[in-house]
Design a protein around this ligand. Structure first.
Ligand code: DAH
Length: 338
């Protein structure tokens, strides 16, 4: 190859750089001339065939070519990098991709919040199975053998002995048969009843059970102050509690627990149906007969228990009018609560 031919090749390569429309085309040019099997390394390799007199000039020429080509490639790359808007496939006026933010389900939220509130009072979270036996769900909870709640029309029986638990109360029995007092637990979980679904009923819902037993006296006042604290933490500082006498087989005395309406603070509004109070939980002092069933000495052990519906709190807290909304997984509803 002569010096003139070298100059011609250089000019050719530079015009190819100038003509390259984008980064990919530039890369092709770079590979063709500077790549491992490119033209320039091939020429350098043939330098020994160049007459000795011309060799220094030839060497300088190839070096200059390499430098010029590299500079031109870098220059051109910088300018094709900033493509003019109308030439670009990117349309910055298109709406962005919508990435739906996840939202925690209201039932999970109430469960997690309750666990955090009761943890501050020293309660830990206990768990029990959805499939229970007759003893834990009814007998040890002092439910009379022919109580209507045991009826096949109310309870999902799986066998003569096994059933889908109708309440989280059997976890009380599981805890007390396994541990000596003091026991201070809450237990959130699913419960099942043969209820026809409507705006306020579901055959599968959630409860949170609470149990505190100790060998030192525990009173109804302890129960009330615990639930009063829970009411304020869960529903806001306006919420208070009141007890109404009631009956549950496993507590004596038993009460129904109302929260004062967190919206009107007891004055009466739509949320509390003008009564100022909202029924929230069942509770009471653990019946001595339950202590007998689990092998505790009723003379030595004292305790209270309570249970409330998670969906009910979620509906009141978030103003959800229909329990079925909680199970339909309609993200238009769920994401509003985010
Ligand atoms: N298990 C009851 C129910 O499902 C609720 C309940 C009432 C739980 C009183 C308790 C309690 O622990 O003491 O209706």
């Amino acid at each position: 190859m002569t010096l003139a031919e070298l100059d011609a090749q250089q000019a050719q390569s530079l015009s190819e750089v100038a003509a390259a429309a984008d980064a990919a085309a530039l890369e092709q040019v770079r590979i063709r001339y500077l790549g491992r099997n490119g033209l320039l390394p091939a020429i350098v390799k043939q330098m020994k065939d160049v007459p000795a007199a011309e060799r220094p000039e030839f060497g300088k020429g190839t070096n200059a070519w390499r430098a010029a080509l590299e500079a031109a490639l870098a220059d051109r790359l910088a300018s094709v990098g900033t493509v003019k808007k109308e030439e670009s496939a990117f349309d910055c006026t298109l709406p962005g991709r919508w990435s739906a933010p996840g939202a925690k389900h209201p039932v999970s939220r109430v469960i997690e919040e309750s666990a955090a509130i009761f943890a501050r009072l020293g309660f830990t979270v206990a768990d029990g199975p959805d499939i229970e036996n007759r003893f834990n769900n009814f007998t040890a909870l002092n439910t009379p053998a022919h109580h209507p709640s045991m009826d096949a029309s109310d309870t999902f029986w799986l066998t003569d002995d096994l059933l889908l638990r109708t309440q989280t109360s059997p976890v009380q029995i599981r805890m007390m048969t396994q541990y000596r007092p003091p026991v201070r637990i809450i237990t959130p979980g699913r419960t099942y009843r043969r209820d026809t679904t409507d705006a306020t009923h579901s055959a599968n819902f959630h409860q949170i059970e609470g149990l505190y037993v100790d060998t030192k006296p525990v009173s109804l006042a302890d129960l009330k102050s615990t639930l009063a604290y829970f009411a304020k933490e869960m529903m806001g500082s306006k919420a208070g509690v009141r007890f109404r006498p009631h009956f549950f087989p496993f507590t004596e005395p038993s009460v129904e627990v109302d929260f004062s309406c967190h919206v009107c603070a007891g004055k009466g509004c739509r949320v509390c149906k003008n009564s100022g109070w909202i029924e929230i939980a069942g509770a009471g002092m653990v019946d001595p007969r339950v202590f007998n069933f689990v092998g505790y000495d009723p003379e030595q052990v004292f305790g209270y228990a309570f249970g409330f519906g998670v969906e009910r709190i979620a509906m009141i807290k978030y103003g959800i009018p229909d329990i079925r909304w909680l199970y339909e997984n309609d993200t238009r509803f769920l994401s509003q609560l985010a």
